[in-house]
Each structure stands twice: as structure tokens, then as C-alpha cells.
Design a protein. Structure first.
Length: 180
């Protein structure tokens, strides 16, 4: 697909989403190249679309300054910080996927028994091979690490924080609270 086709595909997706929610939408803006392009395309179509930047305190200062150069961007902060996440949930290591696998193995329960079997053996409860959910052998020592490992850092610092937007009266409109 060439660049023109990719832009058209993005515009179609933005338009469908915007119209489905009657304009009660926002762009999650990280200040990175992908979200900057998305914001540019969306604002070409809908100039007043809101953007939201979650400042977790871990962003480079240059990114925060870059984000502040854009109009109509709400900057919000999470209720929890990275130190709290590490102490209470676990440290995000390797990748989200591998950290999730290690987290399951560090915290065995009856509910996650099947997932743990899949992560260790790469075989589903039906006996089907599924190596996409297999923990890499080189990470096995981390199962017994003296610290918690988790993939939930982004969920807590960014996704939960963005859900706070629903409660912000000044964000879009009272419709927002009824639409979601």
C-alpha cells in the first residue's frame, strides 16, 4: 500500500469512529511520531478534535515541551506513579507479552492454571500447539526473581488515567458521560 492509500485508510477509520460517536471523541496523544501523524490527519478533518496527553512523569522533558506546542491538548497525570506500580504491581521487563507471562507464573492461582500451562508448554487445553504464548526459556530465571514482574504498568499509568476523562465535566460535553 502506498502512502496515499494509507492516509485514505486512516481518514476513513477516523471518520467512521468520529461519526459513530457523534464527535464525542479525542486523540490519545503521546507526542511520538505515530500519534503526531494521527493528530495531524484527524485535525485536518476535524480541526477542533480534542487531544489528551498522559504525563506519567517518565516522559522525556523534550516530549512534554513538544506536546505543549499543540493547541487543544489536555495534559493529565495518573493518580499512581511509577514507583507505586513497581512496588505494588510489578516491574515491566523485556516486553509486555513476556512480562505478562512471567507475572502469571509468579502469581499462580486456580484461575490462571490453563494460562500457566500454555506459557510453559505452548499447548492449549485442547492439545493444540500455540507457541505464540510460550515464555522464552532465556527468561525462566526471572520467574524466581526477588521482585514482582508485571505487564500492567501502561494499564495503570495511562489507560486508567485516560478513563478519568469521562469524569471531567470540561472535557467534551455531558453527552460524553452518556455515550460511554
Amino acid at each position: 500500500m502506498n502512502l496515499e492509500d494509507k492516509i485514505k485508510q486512516a481518514q476513513d477509520a477516523i471518520s467512521c469512529f468520529y461519526e459513530a460517536w457523534d464527535g464525542a471523541v479525542y486523540i490519545s496523544f503521546s507526542g511520538g511520531k505515530d500519534s503526531t501523524v494521527l493528530l495531524h490527519i484527524a485535525r485536518t478533518m476535524y480541526p477542533n478534535i480534542k487531544a489528551v496527553f498522559v504525563n506519567t512523569g517518565l516522559e522525556y522533558p523534550e516530549i512534554v515541551l513538544f506536546v505543549k506546542t499543540f493547541d487543544n491538548v489536555d495534559i493529565i497525570r495518573p493518580k499512581k506513579n511509577f514507583k507505586w506500580v513497581i512496588e505494588n504491581v510489578g516491574y515491566p521487563v523485556i516486553s509486555k507479552k513476556q512480562a505478562m507471562f512471567i507475572g502469571y507464573l509468579q502469581n499462580p492461582t486456580d484461575k490462571n492454571k490453563n494460562m500457566r500451562e500454555l506459557i510453559v508448554n505452548g499447548v492449549t487445553t485442547n492439545g493444540n500447539k500455540c507457541t505464540a504464548y510460550l515464555l522464552s526459556k532465556k527468561y525462566y530465571p526471572l520467574i524466581n526473581a526477588p521482585f514482582k514482574i508485571s505487564s500492567r504498568c501502561c494499564d495503570i499509568l495511562k489507560k486508567r488515567t485516560v478513563s478519568q476523562i469521562r469524569k471531567a465535566k470540561s472535557f467534551i460535553s455531558d453527552y460524553w458521560n452518556n455515550a460511554i
